[in-house]
Design a protein around this ligand. Sequence first.
Ligand SMILES: Nc1ncnc2c1ncn2[C@@H]1O[C@H](COP(=O)(O)OP(=O)(O)O)[C@@H](O)[C@H]1O
Ligand SMILES: [Mg+2]
Length: 227
Amino acid sequence: MITVKNLKRYYGTGETAVKALRGVSFEIKKGEFVAIMGASGSGKTTLLRILALLDDATDGEYTIRGLQVSSLPEAERSYYRLTQVGYVFQDYALINEMSAAENVYILSMMEGKSRKESYKTALEALDKVGLKEKHNRIPDELSGGEKQRVAIARAIAKKPDILFADEPCANLDTRNSKQVLDVFKELNEKYGQTIIMVTHEPWHTEYVDRVITLEDGSLVSDEQKRR
Ligand SMILES: Nc1ncnc2c1ncn2[C@@H]1O[C@H](COP(=O)(O)OP(=O)(O)O)[C@@H](O)[C@H]1O
Ligand SMILES: [Mg+2]
């Protein structure tokens, strides 16, 4: 589904350029749940942002389902990003004044869907993360794990090709982290959702199919886990 070849990302130019990715290659199949591991500064976020079309590579190839996304016109890239890419941030990025359902359906409405249809889609997504009963709560009335599950619902409401998550459990204790990881695992197993998750916690890899490890901008291991 995803192929990257010799992907590079340099910040700045010349001698002072930071080589965040030094030529990374791999393929990811539909339905895989992949963890990207590595120390802080190894290039994990840089890689994820390029894969999610939030940033451009300096060099290299990137294709999704055979489509050369790196050379698409910006309008098509942003359409793809809006309709096909789900992204979960470390800090949830929820709007505090809005209920869980509103946080989820605001994106569908931006896609031009009706309020009624958007609300229905939002409730379905909240159901998938186990929060249908709490759809009326605002973020302040939810635990950290529940907030992140609302953010996951928002990301999956559009039924994205790929769900990306950048250290989704970084602000959570073990109990809340497990809730969130269980949701990812269920989305992957029950609905076949392709998931690429950045993490630096070794125990999180128990939930995934495969672990790609970066070190100083290079891929140093790509390990298939058994399930
Ligand atoms: N916008 C930026 N400008 C300059 N350097 C950056 C920028 N973003 C990241 N970097 C550098 O690129 C390297 C990789 O960063 P990052 O991808 O955030 O790593 P990780 O997510 O693994 O901690 C680091 O050296 C970081 O300082
Ligand atoms: Mg990071």
